[in-house]
Design a protein around this ligand. Structure first.
Ligand code: CA
Length: 701
């Protein structure tokens, strides 16, 4: 007996020191298809960016629910050592949270304690920030069979060992590193491949997605989302067909756009990969494809065979895009009973303001109704599947007030679908914009080339039949079967708020720009609880369970498109922007508040202005083109250049042309600006500094 138990003990100890340890090592981040298909057996997990295969952002956990949400409080936080936008939803598997931060940095964190397990920094050159329209963000990663797949802003795709973060393989996903592509989206697993897209349409690129073998990183296929110059051979028959929807004399040199910068979802049953594509490059169709046309596959949902890269079907949400109406917004897959029939559907609320339900096997349009205020089109024709543009949408000859704005009725912030309530929760917005076509459009490589800009003007309270009594962000509960809104909450004047989580506990969770994480009843929309976090949050919360305790986690860091502006009354304006992952649990305490930012000092006295009106005018135009995207010159994430200190004025040229502050995120513009250009920009800045200085002196008198 003793001998036997001794042998057992020896065997056990051998197993635990040898085999088990090996298994435990092998099993870090071990997600496979079977696990995703049996996800109902592990409610505690969150295995894709949207938790499940359909990316619903719904969790079956209900330990936290509509009757106890008011007891939620702080559990722990992890600092990401960054001050820029955080947009990713963490993945949680076997006790570990995996998530991306700025530039594509990866974090593996213990889900119970918040202790860092490992981090990986792709070390992106600071110069690459210049190619990113909307901050150096990353919207997440994928975990698959012991590997973490993540991409860096500068286009490298990494397969990391989930156990310790070491690089197993890496590939350069860009065809040419002189073209200003960026990656901000998450790679997705589809069949035997990992697939990744990219962004950069406004900078003059041609969109595509590429698939790489999961094990080796060898390229399997690449699918361009828009045709190239028809004088060259087409990469595939789909692009030859698409080319007939473009003017043969299109601006092929600007790339066309159609970048797949966010949503991709894989359906294992149908073996189809769905890809949302972006806007045209440039925005103004007259400049891009002068004779018009639908311009496939801009602003479309593509169904692609993930083994071959062949197009199976497509649906274009905005033919002939002229408004930056991307269809890259998060796609959700689920089954719905529509007209008595069980349909495998996909749904999307793209920027153009219509909520789409499509049969995802065939691409058949099932419904398309307005979820936000839409003035550019009257409706979507259900026979042709095409929206019917209104005269108001055409700004070729005069500036027009149009909704949605280029920010969209909904942007990248994840929406969520709750099968218990049957509702989709959309972080939506009404944002009127006056579109104006630029006269004498000139493409400049390496900067944002929209071809349009936004006039300052009065936003009238009515456009045709539309009353604009409610602008700003709102949270909308939408019935995707009846295609009608069910409840809504106005979120404040600022348009961008957080992505959404919903659970079987009948709750919806969303954060706001004012720092509050808000809990709603999923069925009624009743506010259940609010927690002040001290951060303006844009990302979507997620949830997981360890040792019987449910947690809610969210990445907290303001940024993205509006990083140059801190909204009035926002948490970022008050507390700054210390990036962190904040985690909540029942019975937790208050979130530790960051220190309140010190008040701005007086505007320093600017140097003497010595420039002709001609130079000042040129400087003003160049400033908007080359600098204005980041430097809004108000209280924001980038320095207000009316507040430059004397030593900054002195080294202005070295900073702008010489890259003296590259390490701080201020790239060199030596490749596109001359010394004369920089002098003109500097003169313009001295002029507006004097205006601000004198204004302040007057007030202080
Ligand atoms: Ca865009």
């Amino acid at each position: 007996m003793r001998i036997v138990s001794g042998i057992v003990i020896i065997m056990l100890s051998l197993m635990s020191s040898g085999c088990d340890q090996k298994n435990a090592e092998k099993k870090a981040g071990w997600i496979d298809r079977e696990r995703i298909q049996n996800l109902s057996s592990e409610p505690e997990s969150w295995l894709t960016g949207g938790r499940d295969g359909g990316e619903t952002h719904f969790s079956p956990l209900a330990e936290i629910n509509d009757s106890n949400a008011n007891e939620l409080g702080f559990a722990w936080q992890y600092f990401t050592d960054s001050h820029r936008g955080l947009e990713a939803t963490p993945i949680f598997v076997d006790g570990v949270l995996y998530v991306t931060g700025n530039w594509g940095v990866v974090f593996a964190i213990d889900g119970k304690t918040g202790k860092e397990i490992w981090t990986f920094d792709p070390e992106v050159p600071g110069q690459w920030a210049r190619n990113a329209c909307c901050d150096v963000v990353s919207r997440g990663l994928s975990v698959w069979k012991g590997k973490v797949y993540a991409a860096s802003l500068d286009g490298r795709l990494f397969a990391l060992d989930a156990h310790d973060g070491t690089v197993i393989w890496q590939v350069d996903t860009f065809p040419d590193r002189t073209i200003p592509y960026t990656i901000t989206g998450a790679p997705r697993i589809a069949g035997q491949n990992v697939v990744i897209g990219n962004g950069g349409a406004e900078y003059g690129v041609r969109g595509y997605v590429t698939a790489y073998d999961l094990e080796t990183g060898k390229k399997s296929w690449r699918f361009y989302t828009v045709p190239g110059d028809p004088k060259k051979p087409f990469e595939n028959p789909a692009l030859e067909m698409a080319s007939k929807t473009w003017d043969p004399d299109s601006r092929w040199d600007i790339g066309g756009g159609g970048t797949a910068w966010d949503s991709m979802v894989y359906d294992a049953d149908l073996n189809l990969l769905y890809v949302g594509t972006g806007n045209g490059s440039p925005w103004v169709q007259k400049e891009r494809s002068p004779k018009g046309g639908d311009n496939l596959f801009l602003s479309s949902i593509l169904a692609i065979n993930p083994d071959t890269g062949d197009l199976v079907w497509y649906y274009q949400t905005t033919p002939g895009d002229n408004w930056d109406y991307t269809a890259t917004q998060p796609i959700i897959l689920t089954d719905l009973i529509i007209d008595g029939k069980n349909r495998k559907i996909l749904m999307q609320a793209p920027k153009n303001g219509f909520f789409y339900v499509l049969d995802r096997a065939t691409g058949e349009l099932l419904s398309a109704e307005k979820y936000a205020t839409v003035t550019w089109a009257s409706h979507v024709d259900m026979k042709t599947g095409k929206p019917q543009p209104l005269p108001q949408s055409n700004y070729d000859d005069e500036a027009k007030l149009i909704l949605p704005s280029p920010a969209g009725g909904h942007n990248w912030q994840p929406m969520a679908y709750n099968p218990h309530t049957g509702l989709v929760y959309i972080p939506a917005m009404n944002d009127p914009a006056i579109y104006e076509k630029r006269k004498n459009f000139e493409f400049i490589k390496g900067i944002n080339n929209q071809g349009a800009h936004f006039s300052e003007g009065t936003i009238t309270s009515e456009i045709g039949d539309h009353k604009l009594d409610e602008t700003g962000g709102f949270l909308l509960a939408w019935d995707p079967v009846k295609a009608v809104p069910v409840w809504r909450h106005k979120l404040g004047d600022f348009i961008f708020h957080g992505g959404v989580l919903t659970t079987a506990g009948n709750i919806v969770v969303q954060a706001q720009d004012d720092g509050f994480l808000v809990f709603y009843a999923a069925d009624s929309g009743k506010v259940l609880h609010k927690i002040q976090t001290g951060s303006s949050i844009l990302a979507a919360p997620m949830t997981y369970l360890i040792d019987g305790e449910q947690y809610i986690a969210v990445m907290a860091g303001y940024g993205g498109g509006p990083f140059g502006y801190f909204p009035v009354g926002s948490a970022v304006e008050k507390y700054g922007n210390e990036g962190r992952l904040i985690v909540f649990k029942l019975g937790g305490g208050d979130v530790p508040m960051p220190d309140v930012l010190p008040a701005l000092g007086p505007i320093p006295k600017p140097p003497v202005l010595d420039a002709t009106q001609e130079v000042l005018d040129r400087g003003a135009v160049l400033f908007v083109k080359a600098c204005g995207e980041c430097h809004w010159n108000i209280n924001g994430g980038y320095p207000d250049l009316r507040r430059m200190m004397p030593e900054v004025h002195e080294s202005f040229k070295d900073i702008v042309l010489g890259g003296q502050r590259e390490a701080l995120g201020m790239a060199s513009f030596g490749d596109i600006l001359s010394e004369d250009d920089v002098e003109a920009i500097h003169s313009h800045l001295i002029k507006i500094s004097w205006e601000a200085y004198q204004e302040e002196q007057k007030i202080n008198k």
